[in-house]
Design a protein around this ligand. Structure first.
Ligand SMILES: [Zn+2]
Length: 155
């Protein structure tokens, strides 16, 4: 057993996350998901993208997570000061186009209201026909400055 697998201990032999949990969050480098939630290696799937949005790709990952890896719970965690909330679609697309030298016109899921963005993602996940377990899908906002995670409660 190599050092890494030794570090993982019993988790090294189990592909399924021990906490049966999948987390969808932003790629922002300031979010240290495991430390924030007290997770250990092997505990949870962590799916990250720009904004932590419930994109088609994120939905595919969650479908695999639930159907194949037996996760039963989803946490969507967005955060304050998110670049997807600070820049709008046009600004982001313009910067990508300029940097890449090719016109970029894909939807980036930018948002103006972070709470509304969480609610929208929760609805996308709850409406997905590919997620067999939709009763424990919860949304949160991580306040970077205060280092506090708050649940987003909505009807
Ligand atoms: Zn972000």
């Amino acid at each position: 057993m190599n050092t890494r697998l030794h570090y993982l201990g019993s988790a090294a032999r189990i592909l399924e996350p021990l906490q049966h949990l999948a987390i969808l969050t932003c790629m922002d480098a300031r979010i240290e998901v495991s430390a924030l939630l007290g997770l250990r290696p092997g505990d949870a799937h962590i799916i990250r993208n720009a904004g932590g949005r419930a994109s088609d790709d994120a939905l595919k990952a969650l479908a695999i997570s639930q159907a194949v890896m037996k996760t039963r719970e989803v946490m969507v965690i967005h955060h304050t000061e998110c670049a997807l909330g600070r820049f709008n679609q046009a600004q982001l697309a313009e910067q990508i186009s300029a940097a890449a030298g090719h016109h970029f016109d894909e939807d980036l899921d930018s948002f103006t209201d972070p709470i509304a963005a969480v609610v929208e993602d929760l609805e996308r996940l709850r409406l997905s026909p590919y997620l067999p377990h939709r009763d424990k899908i919860r949304g949160f906002i991580y306040d970077l400055a205060a280092n506090i995670v708050t649940e987003v409660i909505h009807a």
